[in-house]
Structures are given as structure tokens and as C-alpha cells.
Write a protein that binds this ligand. Structure first.
Ligand code: GLN
Length: 559
């Protein structure tokens, strides 16, 4: 039998699936890998993933959302590449910062060891010191699991990726053949006369082989399924059996990829090659909640305005996904209506007013904050269901102070240091830490929820654990005065205000944390489910009176 979530069965042995990409980046090799992982998990295996980002940044914390999309936050506070979010969502397992290997992290560690004299005077080199460190990190991240997917960012041939491919070559040499599988994902384009072209794949495999790596499996990304002749041609020129060539055609929604991969038989082939087929759960016992949810008939659609400042879906990826999950839960499609917080008039105002609900997401920097305050005002005054996330929560406090309590000029000290009412500010102890650099509150922290509130109803209890990424807090000097005229802080963590709600509104909730990072397709996040509940206003086609909070073990607080 496969191992339980809790334990590692050494008799089974750890298996590694390395995933490289060819021809061009952005092919969705992460989704292909994660989908394979999902199916292995459905078959009863404990699956984890490692994403390798060959850039020099130590982590994604400082990266611009325009270039790299959102910064995804893990329970241990790791600020990582958004692909880790896809792995968590697809695999249903939580990861830590150790699951995102970057060149910055690896070099920093090796150089620190060199400075400490740990290499005893040897010349410190990419091979073996950097490659050894890469192999160590992969093995450590895989510990205690049955299968570890390892995705190498970028495309084969990139200079930055070379040390990783060399590390993988050594890794394969050190482990049993049966425990390692190389999957290469490439693009199969169409020629003008409608023919599927295999030459780019051939070239990319040639490149891989010149580094000493022979792929075991080839996955062709294509508009449609690969023709049998295309598969045969790829098999012949790339030296793999024809049954090891798989299609990954475009689908309307990434959550359908596991279904396509299953129809293609990729998971079965992987299990056979890794010697896992005998251990897999029989078909009848496999988890089917995913398939049931994503294929469930939709009985309607709702429009949710997302009021942000980056007109780029990836910059708010987890919010988009969390809305989608809440939609799956209710059996409706969610259309996200983009509202630019910087263009609060005209078209954007019309879009805001056309939506059924409003989400104001997180953010840093003052651009767009006034538009966000206006969006909060609109939702409050017009009884439109509202969810504010992190900065969205803070802007709801500012809006309440200014427009309900009449505190003119109230603001967050982050944007207006001279404000007469700094309702959002650093805590006194943070001011001291500020001089020393690190004040960001990151990762999973517990919130105490007051009984009898909307928050308690949503979370089905008096506590929740959610992930954070912020510096500023509701100013403790104003909490009492702010808690008036409709507004209540229903969730707290010591001196910090975590959740706010209004009792003069059908659904108005703000969270200092980011619930979107723990939302999963088969375990939607309570504040998002509640938002759709309010939008559907009892007409919920799925008939769920309360949000689905089941199977939501609160994650351990690791920071
Ligand atoms: N800029 C705000 C803060 O640092 C909000 C951060 C966020 O939305 N992630 O507190």
C-alpha cells in the first residue's frame, strides 16, 4: 500500500520526476507536471514538488508583479514564485520555502560556507559544490514523500539553467534507473498548411542529449491532440517508444488538464515506468472530487469586479483562482471584471457598477489607493457584496474613518505620513525594528474569531489560520473609536486586527491576511465562498446555505 500522508514507507523508495522545457517558455510545463502529480495523489501516493528558478534573486519577495506575476506566500512565510501556488492547488499539499530552489539561494549558501572556511581551503566551484548543493536541496525537499516532481524553470539551453541540468545528470547517475524519470515538454506548432511540425522538438531534445540527458517521456503542447504520425515521428527522432509521447492540447481551463492527462494515459505510463503501478489504489477507490467539481454543470455566472493596479491576470493569480474555486463550490462560472483603481471614472466606474460583487486585493505603494477607497465606498453605500484583502482591508478601514466617522484626511501612514488620523500604521515595536530592516509579517498565523459574527459563521468556528504578507496594521490607538457605526473587528491576533465586517450591510468583510493563498479547487476559501453566497443571495443553485469549510485542517503555524 502507498504511504499515509504522515509517513514515508522506505520499502517503496522515493521517486523523482524531472520536468524540463524546450522550444520556448510559458508552455505550461508546470501545469503538466502538477496535473500528473494530482493523478498520482488520487492514486494514493504522497506527492510533492520542487520548482527550480535559475534566476539570481534569492526569493521572489522583491520581484515586480508586472514581470513575474504575484508573489505567492507559503505557510512558513516563504515568498516564492507563483508556480508553487499551482503546485499547492493541484497537489493539495502544503510546501515550504525549501521547495523553491533559486540560484541566489544556492550561491548564497555555498559562499557563506566558503567564508566560514567549511571547504577547508579547496577551490570552490560550480561543479561539484553548487551541483552538490542543488542535489542536497532536491533530496531534502522530497523527504518523507513517495514522488517528487522537480520542474526546472526556463528552457533547455539557457545559460542559467546549465548547473541544474548537470546536477540532474549526476542525480540520475547516483539513483536507481527505476526511481528517475525525465519528462520534456515542448511545443509542436502547426505549419501554414496545417501540418504538425516536430523539428523544434527534435532540436530541443538534441540540446538535452548534448548535456547528457535522455528524456523518457515527451509531452507535446499543441492547439490540438498530436496526430499518430506526429507521435511516431517524435518517437523515432528523439529515441523514445511511441507510447512515451503524449499530447497536451489547449483546454479552456487549467483544471481540466489532469483530466486530459488521464485520458492520454500519462499517469499510468509514469506509474509503470517508476514501478508504482502495483501500489496504486484500484480505480474505484481513487479520489474523484476534483473531476466531479470541474465537470459539474454550471447553472449560471456571476461578475466580480477586481479593483487593482496591475492589468495582468498573473499579478493577482491566487485571487482569480480563489474566485474560481468558490464558483466550483457553487456550480457557477465567475467572470472577473477588471477595474483599474487608477482610472476610477468612465469605463472603469461603469465596469465596477455592472458587477455583482467587489474584491479589493492586496498591494504596496500609493498608486491606485484612492480608487480603492472609492470602490469600497461604492460597495458599502450600495449594499454590494464586498471582500477586501490585506490592502483592501486597510482601505476599508480608511473609508470608514473618512466617510462614516467623518475623520477628514484619515489615511494609512504608508501613503500619507502626515495624516491627522493614521488609522493604519506600523505598530510601535515595528517602528524600532524598521530601523533594522525586516518588519514584514509573513506566513501562517492564527486569528481568534469572535463567536456569533459573520467571520465565525464563515470559518465554522472561533479561529482560523491564514497566510500574511504585510507591514502595516490597524493603529491600536483608534481601534475603539473605529468600532462604531456598523463596523466590527471580528478577528484579532493579540494587538492586531485581522478581520472586519459591517452589520449594516449584506456582506462586507475585510481580512488583513490573504485567504486566497490557502484556497484549493476542492476546498474553496470561506470568505470567497461567502462572497458568492451573498451574490447569489439564497438563489444558490448548488443549494449550499453555508460555505464549505470541511476538510480544512488548520495549517500548522511554522513561523
Ligand atoms: N502595503 C500594505 C502593508 O504593507 C498591504 C500589503 C498587502 O496588501 N499585501 O501593510
Amino acid at each position: 500500500m502507498p504511504t499515509e500522508q504522515t509517513g514515508y514507507d522506505p520499502s517503496l523508495g522515493r521517486k523523482f520526476i524531472f520536468v524540463t522545457g524546450g522550444v520556448m517558455s510559458g508552455l505550461g510545463k508546470g501545469i503538466t507536471a502538477a496535473s500528473t502529480g494530482r493523478l498520482l495523489a488520487n492514486a494514493g501516493f504522497d506527492v510533492t514538488a520542487v520548482k527550480i528558478d535559475p534566476y539570481l534573486n534569492v526569493d521572489a519577495g522583491t520581484m515586480n508583479p508586472y514581470q513575474h506575476g504575484e508573489v505567492y506566500v507559503l505557510k512558513d512565510g516563504g515568498e516564492v514564485d507563483l508556480d508553487l501556488g499551482n503546485y499547492e492547488r493541484f497537489l493539495g499539499s502544503d510546501m515550504t520555502s525549501d521547495h523553491n530552489i533559486t540560484t541566489g539561494k544556492t550561491y548564497q549558501h555555498v559562499i557563506e560556507k566558503e567564508r566560514a572556511g567549511d571547504y577547508l581551503g579547496k577551490t570552490v566551484q560550480v561543479i561539484p559544490h553548487i551541483t552538490d548543493d542543488i542535489k542536497r536541496r532536491i533530496r531534502e525537499a522530497a523527504e518523507g514523500t513517495d514522488v517528487c516532481l522537480v520542474e526546472i524553470g526556463g528552457t533547455v539551453g539557457d545559460i542559467e539553467g546549465m548547473p541544474y541540468l548537470e546536477a540532474l545528470r549526476q542525480f540520475a547517475h547516483e539513483e536507481d534507473d527505476e526511481d528517475i524519470l525525465f519528462t520534456h515538454v515542448t511545443l509542436v506548432p502547426y505549419s501554414k498548411n496545417g501540418e504538425q511540425k516536430t523539428k523544434p522538438t527534435q532540436h530541443s531534445v538534441k540540446e538535452l542529449r548534448s548535456i547528457g540527458l535522455q528524456p523518457d517521456i515527451l509531452v507535446g503542447r499543441c492547439d490540438n491532440e498530436l496526430d499518430p504520425e506526429t507521435k511516431e515521428k517524435i518517437a523515432l527522432f528523439c529515441d523514445v517508444p511511441t507510447e512515451a509521447v503524449f499530447s497536451n492540447p489547449d483546454v479552456e481551463d487549467i483544471y481540466h488538464v489532469p483530466l486530459t492527462v488521464e485520458d492520454e494515459g500519462l499517469d499510468q505510463y509514469v506509474m509503470e515506468r517508476l514501478g508504482l503501478a502495483e501500489e496504486a489504489l484500484p480505480d474505484a477507490d481513487r479520489e474523484t472530487r476534483w473531476r466531479d467539481l470541474v465537470t459539474r454543470e454550471r447553472s449560471g455566472e456571476v461578475d466580480i469586479a477586481l479593483v487593482g493596479k496591475y492589468d495582468l491576470e498573473d499579478a493577482y493569480m491566487s485571487v482569480h483562482e480563489a474566485l474560481k474555486h468558490a464558483g466550483l463550490e457553487h456550480g457557477v462560472d465567475v467572470n472577473v471584471v477588471w477595474v483599474d483603481a487608477d482610472e476610477a471614472d468612465g469605463d472603469h466606474r461603469e465596469r465596477l457598477e455592472s458587477a455583482d460583487g467587489v474584491v479589493v486585493p492586496g498591494g504596496f505603494g500609493s498608486r491606485g489607493t484612492e480608487g480603492k477607497v472609492e470602490a469600497v465606498r461604492y460597495a458599502r453605500e450600495n449594499d454590494v457584496p464586498f471582500l477586501g484583502l490585506c490592502l483592501g482591508f486597510q482601505m476599508a478601514v480608511v473609508e470608514h474613518a473618512r466617510n462614516v466617522l467623518g475623520w477628514e484626511g484619515a489615511d494609512s501612514a504608508e501613503f500619507e505620513p502626515e495624516t491627522p488620523y493614521p488609522v493604519i500604521d506600523l505598530l510601535p515595536e515595528q517602528h524600532e525594528e524598521e530601523d533594522m530592516g525586516g518588519t514584514m509579517r509573513l506566513g501562517a498565523h492564527e486569528t481568534d474569531i469572535e463567536g456569533g459574527t459573520l467571520a465565525a459563521q464563515l470559518y465554522g468556528g472561533t479561529s482560523c489560520t491564514e497566510r500574511h504578507r504585510h507591514r502595516y496594521e490597524v493603529n491600536p490607538n483608534y481601534i475603539e473609536d473605529l468600532s462604531a457605526d456598523g463596523l466590527t473587528f471580528s478577528g484579532t491576533a493579540g494587538p492586531r486586527m485581522e478581520i472586519l465586517e459591517r452589520d449594516d450591510h449584506p456582506y462586507f468583510i475585510g481580512t488583513q491576511f490573504h485567504p486566497e493563498f490557502r484556497s484549493r479547487p476542492d476546498r474553496a476559501s470561506p470568505p470567497f465562498v461567502g462572497l458568492l453566497d451573498a451574490v447569489l443571495d439564497g438563489t444558490d443553485p448548488a443549494g449550499d446555505a453555508t460555505p464549505h469549510t470541511g476538510d480544512r485542517d488548520d495549517e500548522e503555524v511554522t513561523v
